[in-house]
Design a protein around this ligand. Structure first.
Ligand SMILES: *Cc1c(COP(=O)(O)O)cnc(C)c1O
Length: 425
């Protein structure tokens, strides 16, 4: 597969060489362990002198195809999958920071990632501080010598905002800190974070990549040349000093994409939130049509957003694809053809109205998910973000009147009719 092929071609072909049976569908390798040709080969694989399969907690052929394909579509160097997007975010973060370090994170991120960073990582001795994605002067002020990662979403969920990625990257580069961008909502088809200097991209594959709400998965992808930032950078001792858990290996000595390699050798090996071959196969099917679907999600959502904007009972519509949206200039700068995905949020008249709309829709299902081919609706304050306290909700930009839609692939007119009756009923 030539590197210079375009994204739709890569999504269908990259990373798969026919096996002996020449199956056109990527085969599912349903196995736990792999046989070595001899003990010397086994030893070389364990020592990372030869890359190859050992045990399916670390690598497996079906997952490998998906990883290569995701790295190609994203324009990255190397990718490692995990059993969910949450596991991928966790691995990316703990690959940067350890006990005593801190992480800076955007105030507008997925609720689960917010609690992971603020509460779970805290129990591991990793502290964190929020910055305002809409006011990046708050970012640099919080950086100190213990800051090891800056985490944000390119298009955030559910209080939709678009990151000024180049500005974040510029600040991070000045301090030699790794940037991690969650690109789940935008997908690589709308936003190529590596083109704007981001170091690491994470995705929940459970959303648009899957597209049918049928499998969980996550991925961590590193940019080309990330080794240069990590090697000899005193901020990242885990890569630059001998690893006692891996017979004294120094990752920086390897001529491999060390960010992802260490996710395999440290995090998948010892924690084991590995993507299964079955789910990798399901996600491969989704990835093959992602480019086509994300266009339709975006055009449907634009029609729905225009309808909501025109409705007198809707106080505010947040969809970056609307030209009067505050994020439209950033959408234009960072996103392909000003497409803005299927995610819309809006403010109902009051909390009771917001809840009633969710309960009255007939096509939109109340589901705590996004990116499905079917349209979904949710009330974030009482569901996906209910773990956040009042203050955290406020800084995340969510109010009790917020309703979030994930626009699917139905006919836009049917979606508009359904919302109309739910709003007015
Ligand atoms: C869903 C989601 C996650 C978590 O992914 P899972 O696969 O559900 O663990 C992370 N980030 C974003 C933006 C998401 O939408």
């Amino acid at each position: 597969m030539a590197e210079n092929h375009l994204q739709n071609t890569l999504a269908l072909h990259a990373g798969y060489e026919f096996d002996t049976q020449r199956t056109i569908s990527v085969p599912i390798y349903q196995n736990t362990a792999f046989s070595f040709e001899n003990l010397e080969q086994a030893g070389n694989r364990f020592a990372l002198k030869e890359l190859g399969n050992i045990y399916a907690r670390l690598t497996s052929p079906t997952v490998d195809v998906l990883q290569r394909r995701l790295a190609a579509v994203e324009g990255g160097e190397f990718a490692v999958c995990a059993s969910s997007g949450s596991a991928a975010s966790f691995y990316a973060l703990v690959n940067c920071a350890q006990n005593g370090d801190n992480i800076l994170f955007s105030n507008k991120i997925y609720g689960g990632t917010n609690t992971l960073i603020q509460h779970t990582l805290k129990r591991f001795g990793i502290s964190s501080k929020e910055f305002d994605i809409d006011d990046l002067s708050t970012l640099e002020k919080s950086i100190n010598e213990k800051t090891k990662a800056i985490f944000f979403e390119s298009l955030s969920n559910p209080q939709i905002s678009i990151a000024d990625t180049e500005k974040i990257v510029q600040i991070a580069k000045k301090h030699g800190i790794i940037t991690i961008c969650d690109n789940t909502v935008a997908t690589a088809f709308l936003h190529k974070a590596f083109d704007f200097g981001v170091d690491v991209v994470v995705h929940s594959l459970s959303k648009y990549v899957n597209g049918q709400g049928s499998a969980l998965g996550g991925v961590v992808i590193e940019r080309k040349g990330l080794n240069e930032l990590i090697k000899n950078n005193p901020k990242y001792p885990a890569f630059n000093t001998p690893d006692a858990s891996y017979h004294g290996l120094v990752y920086a000595d390897l001529n491999l994409p060390i960010f992802c390699i260490r996710i395999i050798t440290e995090w998948l090996r010892n924690i084991g939130a590995t993507l299964s071959a079955q789910n990798a196969w399901i996600l491969i099917q989704g990835l093959e049509t992602l480019g086509l679907r994300i266009k339709k999600h975006s055009s449907n959502a634009l029609e729905v957003a225009k309808f909501l904007e025109s409705h007198p009972d809707i106080k505010e519509v947040n969809y970056p694809g609307l030209q009067n949206n505050a994020y439209y200039p950033l959408l234009k700068k960072y996103f392909v053809s000003t497409q803005a995905s299927g995610l819309i949020s809006f403010e109902a008249k009051n909390e009771a109205h917001a809840r009633a709309i969710c309960n009255r829709t007939k096509i939109f299902e109340i589901v705590a998910n996004l990116g499905d081919s079917k349209s979904l609706i949710i009330h974030p304050a009482s569901t996906t973000h209910s773990q956040l306290n009042e203050n955290e909700l406020k800084t995340a930009g969510i109010s009790p009147t917020t309703v979030r839609l994930s626009i699917g692939l139905e006919d836009a007119k049917d979606l508009i009719d359904d919302l109309k009756q739910a709003i007015e009923n």
